[in-house]
Design a protein around this ligand. Sequence first.
Ligand code: SAM
Length: 298
Amino acid sequence: MTESESIVNGAPAERVRASSQARGAAAGNGNPDISDAEFAQFQKLIYKIAGISLADTKKVLLVGRLGRRLKHHGLSSFAEYHRLVASGAEPDELQTMVDLLTTNETYFFREEAHFEFLAKTILPRHPAGTPFNAWSAASSTGEEIYTLAFVLAETLGLDAAWHVTGSDISTAVLAKAEQGLYWLDRTRGLPQSYLRRFCLKGVRSQEGGFMIAPEIKRHTRFMQVNLNRTLPALGKFHVIFLRNVMIYFDAETKRQVVARLIEHLHPGGYFIVGHSESLNGLTDTLHALKPTIYQLPA
Ligand SMILES: C[S@@+](CC[C@H](N)C(=O)[O-])C[C@H]1O[C@@H](n2cnc3c(N)ncnc32)[C@H](O)[C@@H]1O
């Protein structure tokens, strides 16, 4: 359901082994070899599209993930596949490549302190009766969207006016998010009380799974948004979660992405990044409240 290994980061020590591993892996699973020059073409392409800096160490993973696309198209080299996706003639295949090269690791209540901050600090300060809007800006398969929704439902009530927008560059993960069907083994961190109140038990083909209840889903919307481009008209938000995606960007891309997102914050709105991320040196506009939690002055 999610991928556990990052395709864009890697320890420097791995770098030395990367080329030979790529050849070994290629030989083992029927994929063609990838040369350094071919790999560099994909690094450039994914950087240009998504702003993702693909580490040299990720050659083996790239071969593993894109190899089946070569087979699908009957191509015998990565150079040919690169020509196909970079030509602009096959936008769907380019999207498939982006889907395969992004890392989508996520889970319910990931970095729980952020949700506690939402419930105990942000929501109590929000003017009663005013709609509350949250944005999960790199939402992956939706666990972050629905965790936000559970906390909003619990704190403001199911009938209150609140909305969660979930967006991602990957249409594959967005489709899963929109479906809202998860396997019970994905409930790590999800309190049983939320499961009971806000989810439905899967039956028949969905046995062993749970479905997000329609009462929660009606507060959500899903959009494909590439943070590396001018953003669409999304409106303004009281809180933006931009977590565990900037780790894949270089400093300049981070700076541009953060500047774009700040435009979508209400005055006094909150901006939350992942625990291994920081906005230090990226913006002067936000005020740091505590590590990973920032606020736009009112
Ligand atoms: C590791 S997941 C993070 C999920 C969630 N925010 C969390 O913290 O658990 C990173 C997500 O960022 C998305 N992503 C990568 N580059 C992006 C871009 N340029 N625009 C929008 N989303 C992007 C990926 O598709 C992936 O689903």
